[in-house]
Design a protein around this ligand. Structure first.
Ligand SMILES: N[C@@H](CCC(=O)N[C@@H](CS)C(=O)NCC(=O)O)C(=O)O
Length: 326
């Protein structure tokens, strides 16, 4: 684990001393957008036209943020259009590493990909990374924006599931509000609890997390999905955290007031989303557990990976009683 300072790798754990024991996630720094015609998107510069075979995604199977991008890639049918390579499960002194030189960039570590894009880069070398073969640079390292690009920019290309819209115009206000709340309390909330280095910072995060989960469970008692009858990006963003919750966050990040299995609605909702065709293939439970339990020596010094829990994500989800759009 470490970060780049002016293009030079330095090994350091998260600095929580300056923030009262609180973990503060850095903002992503490559914020360009792939668009249908290469026009600039909401941020960054233009020149990234949607083309088959031009873009390459670097992911960690453990990472909930990278997982979003794999899910939307699968649902939109972009597997032959955007290629993928994976880092190794453990993230130790060199940060994320590749088993063999990364095929597109020749890099042995994620930080080397960042330096190829910006020789003076300062910041953490995070995944996902969306790489452009043509300009040999990083288009984006922000998963929330990568899934928006995947949702719409490639719709004109052959083989793409253009009719699937995970961010429909009429639901955008509601989706944005859900995302902001769920990001702060749940997606990032588990990290805030797990990486806290004071009791007060942990208490604050874990309380906010479980009050949000309690509310979400109630919401899903009468709604099939977060916004109602159709699945949107808000559901997939919540899903990647729920999937890791019982096997990782309960133990490793001390998010143990309740399990997802204890929530009647969240547990069925998790199983329903997991059972959607193409989704199970985007998840690797063993790699996920190995990453978390094996990479954070300050939290789990022995690196021992627990055996459980037993989970049956293929069990009936029972959500059919609620209305879904067809
Ligand atoms: N804002 C980023 C966050 C990505 C992120 O934090 N990824 C983690 C893995 S789960 C990472 O690569 N961390 C490496 C580090 O912090 O050094 C996104 O959503 O794309």
């Amino acid at each position: 684990m470490g970060r780049l300072v002016n293009g030079v790798w330095s090994t350091e754990w998260y600095d929580t001393a300056s923030t009262g024991g609180r973990f503060v996630r850095q903002d992503a720094s490559f914020r360009n957008w792939i668009t249908a015609d290469g026009a600039p998107g909401p941020s960054g510069t233009g020149g990234f036209r949607a083309e088959a075979g031009r873009y390459h995604l670097i992911v960690a199977m453990a990472c909930p943020w990278a997982h979003r991008t794999l899910i939307v890639r699968a649902l939109k049918g972009l597997q032959d259009i955007v290629t993928v390579s994976r880092v190794e499960p453990l993230m130790l002194d060199d940060g994320w590493t590749f088993a063999d030189p990364e095929p597109e960039t020749g890099a042995l570590t994620a930080w080397q990909v960042y330096v190829k894009a910006d020789p003076q880069f300062t910041g953490r070398a995070t995944v996902p990374i969306l790489w452009d073969r043509k300009q040999r640079t990083i288009v984006s390292n922000e998963s929330a924006e990568i899934i928006r690009m995947f949702n719409s920019a490639f719709n004109g290309l052959a083989g793409v599931n253009a009719s699937l819209d995970l961010y429909p115009e009429e639901l955008r206000g509601e989706i944005d509000a859900l995302n902001a709340h769920i990001y702060d309390r749940v997606n990032n909330g588990v990290y805030k609890a797990g990486f806290a280095t004071t009791q007060a910072a942990y208490d604050e995060a874990v309380t906010a997390l479980f009050s949000a989960l309690d509310d979400l469970d109630q919401r899903l008692a009468t709604r099939r999905y977060l916004t109602g009858t159709r699945i949107t990006e808000a559901d997939w963003r919540l899903f990647t955290t729920l999937l890791r919750f019982d096997p990782v966050y309960v133990g490793h990040f001390k998010c143990n007031i309740r399990r997802i299995a204890d929530y009647p609605n969240l547990s069925g909702y998790l199983r329903e989303l997991y059972q959607i065709p193409g989704i199970a293939e985007t998840f690797d439970l063993a790699a996920t557990k190995l990453h978390y339990y094996g990479s954070h020596a300050t939290i789990n010094p022995t690196g021992i990976v627990p055996a459980g829990p037993e989970m049956d994500l293929a069990a009936p989800h029972g959500r059919d009683r609620l209305l879904a759009a067809v």
